[in-house]
Design a protein around this ligand. Structure first.
Ligand SMILES: [Zn+2]
Length: 254
């Protein structure tokens, strides 16, 4: 019986990686609602910023229209006083024509200003509504954060422990095997290794526990007899016996 080092060490690493992946998933689940709430708040904040920019533009346009109207009104007043200074009827009626033209312009400006004032009121209401939405979003986020804080801390602590355990587990794997393992891990994160599935009384049906493609008896025999890596020809995962003799594997299995 050869001494089995490679596969048990790989399995130990594999189990650590699986737990690492599960714990990260757990953290992901805990923080998912929180991230959705953060995103919602960010959207509301963006809406407020956009609306406030538009509102400032409306107010600036309103101020400009009002300035224009008041300068026109002053000019009309001047023209009215000028009426008394006129010498001829022709001069008088020319000024009257100009006054009425400017009054028409003032009416137009005031129409536009009125529209802008309505817009200003609408926007103030909309901004107010958005601010209430923002307040609710902040409260919701805070409550999610406080309720999950303990859980997040615990999971982060667990991840740190597992990362340390991973370093230790990786050190025990022969260098070449570790290289292969890490390469496969990029394709099958947390699932680099697959058990060989078979029944002792039915050796015709041997399969890779990762992709369920059939394996042959030779794979089984080589795996039983040698301390080396055998990979599934179909998915490339490193094969192992569920019953591989290793105290380490047993103690770290779930
Ligand atoms: Zn496979």
């Amino acid at each position: 019986m050869p001494e089995f080092v490679t596969i048990p060490a790989l399995l130990n690493l594999h189990h650590t990686d699986k737990r690492l992946r599960d714990t990260r998933e757990g953290l992901e689940n805990v923080t998912r609602d929180q991230r959705a709430a953060e995103e919602h708040l960010a959207n509301v904040n963006a809406d407020i910023a956009k609306m406030e920019t538009e509102h400032r533009e409306v107010l600036a346009r309103l101020a400009a229209e009002e300035l224009e109207a008041s300068s026109k009104l002053q000019h009309i007043e001047k023209m009215r006083s000028a009426l008394n200074e006129t010498k001829t009827n022709k001069e008088y009626s020319a000024i009257l024509v100009q006054i009425s033209a400017e009054k028409a312009l003032v009416a137009e400006i005031e129409g536009r200003a009125e529209g802008l004032m309505l817009k200003d009121q609408e926007m103030q209401k909309a901004i107010q509504a958005l601010r209430e939405k923002q307040q609710k979003a902040i409260e919701n986020l805070e409550s999610l954060r406080s309720s999950s804080a303990a859980k997040v801390d615990e999971l982060n602590r667990r991840i740190e422990e597992l990362l340390a355990a991973r370093v230790e587990a990786a050190q025990k794997v022969p260098a070449e095997a570790l290289k292969q393992y890490e390469r496969i891990a990029q394709r099958h994160p947390g699932e680099v290794m697959a058990p060989v599935e078979f029944e002792e009384d039915d050796m015709e049906n041997i399969a890779c526990g990762g992709c369920f493609m059939g394996l042959n008896r030779e794979d089984l025999n080589l795996l039983r007899g040698r301390d080396e890596i055998r990979r599934c020809r179909s998915c490339g995962r490193i094969l192992y016996f569920a019953a591989v003799p290793s105290s380490e594997t047993k103690s770290t299995a779930k």
